[in-house]
Design a protein around this ligand. Structure first.
Ligand code: HEC
Ligand code: HEC
Ligand code: HEC
Length: 460
């Protein structure tokens, strides 16, 4: 268990290092190469040279969006060979103008790893890199950019913002961005872009994450053009000009201050409001606690690739062998009355969670269930955990009786650990060790799962 946590930490650290290195290399490379002023347009293949040094680490040497840092990035770098661009002033489906490309290259894209290059690439170099990127897709030879018409803005006013809120609902922006723009409670949670990467709709109350700007005019333009390659549609012809300007004014009005601009009083109020929204919903709070404590990582079976078997989430059935202490099975925490927690009282749950006392009154060891760590949970948190456990739909999964190590193997185990300094191997078995409605008998089921997948995982 512990090792897989460490692996995950090491992995995120490695990812961070790769991305930081790519950005650092691509920017410091500028300092070693001739300065933009020194590079003249007469340099053959100037655009290609700049590209290979500064852009290829992310966008790939052939422009396919597959540079060495790409796999670590979300959103991923653009595939220039597709000729499809997100942030344009042109109609949905059209190629961008040169100015659109220059703007992105100059300013970068907020909230993504795409840096702004204004201070490094300008003049002839900027022209050259734009020409080079365009050469990577045949669309720029055969098509013309077709810009959208921009109508006169409607000035920001309370009236326009109120009309914008109505238009926001009418145009169903909330399906993706949430009724209040915070993305909370949306149903469209598995959106993907045209390149197959998962994308999240923007949180409209955090306007500093908008890629190219958050003024009403910026937002209006996004609504007219859509974000090609992503699920964000174009509203050109779908909504009146008034509606679009009003929505833009509304969206720009609902943004909150970013934390780095808040004074200490505002910071305190902000975090207190987060806290109270948690407190006002114990089930949500409990769900969150289960996620951070990783209860489901133990209390659900995992397949041979260590992926949780989602149909048995929280239904227990993971089996481990821990050195001389013997076999352990994780119990079913769903609300099933027969095999789960369905007919436990709150008091019994509190005792199990904070004192390691089982329902029949017998005692669990202080491991693997980390109840000693939960002993200091506040009453509110404990109630929230229980409230959430009560909402987990019943799943029938009968778990074998817990093993009670005898005193000699327990003492021998402790002696080995403390005196002989031998760590015990932990064997984690793939598959569900419980009996479900479709299986009949634990003894015959489990060994066959272990032997058909043929995998045991050794972890310390
Ligand atoms: C550290 C990684 C990284 C480097 C280096 C990088 N980019 Fe990007 N770039 C990205 C990412 C990520 C995106 C996509 C962001 C998104 O989809 O919101 C992107 C998108 C773009 C886009 C597409 C914008 C659109 O409207 O779709 C252009 C153009 C672009 N980059 C040009 C460049 C150029 C030119 C260079 C080199 C001078 C460069 N990038 C260097 C990460 C990088
Ligand atoms: C089908 C889902 C969907 C609908 C409907 C939708 N959006 Fe979006 N929206 C997205 C996604 C996904 C993104 C992020 C795209 C990206 O960055 O690649 C986004 C991004 C945005 C952005 C950020 C633009 C930027 O510069 O980064 C704004 C503002 C926005 N949407 C406003 C709206 C408004 C207003 C409406 C209704 C008129 C709307 N959206 C409807 C999915 C949707
Ligand atoms: C490291 C793995 C692990 C983690 C993490 C874990 N548990 Fe457990 N849990 C177990 C094991 C193993 C048992 C069985 C202990 C015994 O009876 O010997 C158990 C027992 C229980 C029991 C008693 C159920 C019964 O039928 O006896 C409850 C309730 C419980 N866990 C809830 C939780 C909750 C809630 C969390 C998260 C806050 C959690 N557990 C986190 C492994 C874990």
């Amino acid at each position: 268990m512990r090792q897989s946590h460490i692996k995950r930490l090491a992995y995120s650290f490695a990812s961070f290092t790769i991305v930081a290195t790519a950005t650092f290399l691509s920017i410091t490379a500028l300092k070693g190469s001739p300065s933009p002023q020194e590079m003249t347009i007469s340099t053959p293949n100037l655009g290609k040279t700049i590209y290979q040094v500064h852009c290829a680490p992310c966008h790939g040497s052939d422009g396919k969006g597959d540079g060495f840092a790409a796999s670590e990035l979300n959103p991923g770098p653009r595939d220039f060979t597709s000729g499809k661009y997100k942030f344009r002033s042109t109609k949905s489906g059209s190629i961008p103008t040169d100015d659109n490309l220059k703007q992105v290259i100059n300013n970068g894209l907020h909230g993504t790893s795409m840096p702004g290059w204004k201070e490094f690439i300008s003049g002839d170099s900027l022209e050259a890199i734009v020409t080079y990127i365009k050469s990577l897709s045949p669309r720029f030879q055969s098509e013309q950019a077709s810009t959208v018409t921009v109508s006169d803005p409607i000035p920001v006013s309370e009236k326009s913002i109120a009309a914008g809120k109505e238009a926001y609902d009418k145009l169903q922006c909330g399906e993706c961005h949430g009724a209040d723009g915070t993305v909370k409670g949306i149903t469209a949670t598995d959106l993907a872009d045209d390149w197959g990467n998962p994308v999240m709709p923007a949180n409209l109350t955090e306007s500093w994450t908008f890629r190219t700007g958050s003024s009403p005019a910026d937002i209006y333009l996004r609504l007219k053009t859509g974000i090609d390659g992503s699920p964000m549609p174009s509203y050109e012809g779908m909504a009146s000009e008034q509606d679009l300007w009003n929505v833009a004014n509304y969206v720009s009005s609902i943004s909150r201050k970013p934390v780095w601009n808040m004074n200490p009083v505002e910071l305190q109020q902000y975090y207190a409001s987060l806290e109270s929204s948690h407190k006002s919903n114990p089930v949500e709070r409990g769900k969150y606690l289960v996620a951070v404590f990783g209860c489901d990582q133990c209390h659900s079976p995992a397949d041979g690739d260590r992926k949780l078997m989602t149909q048995y989430r929280m239904a227990g059935g993971q089996k481990w062998t821990i050195g001389p202490y013997g076999d352990f099975y994780t119990p079913n925490l769903t609300s099933d009355k027969e095999t789960g927690l369905g007919n436990w009282t709150d008091e019994q749950l509190r005792n199990a969670l904070t004192k390691g006392i089982r329902k029949d009154g017998s005692r669990a060891l202080p491991f693997p269930m980390p109840w000693t760590a939960y002993a200091s949970l506040s009453n509110d948190d404990l109630n929230a955990l229980i409230a959430y456990l009560r909402t987990i739909p019943p799943v029938y999964n009968k778990i074998p009786e817990p093993n009670q190590p005898n005193i000699f193997s327990y003492l021998w185990g402790k002696f080995e650990m403390l005196i002989l300094k031998n760590d015990h191997p932990l064997v984690v078995y793939p598959g569900n060790a419980g009996t479900t409605k479709s299986t009949s008998n634990v003894e015959s089921t489990h060994p066959s799962i272990a032997s058909t997948t043929g995998k045991k995982e050794n972890e310390q």
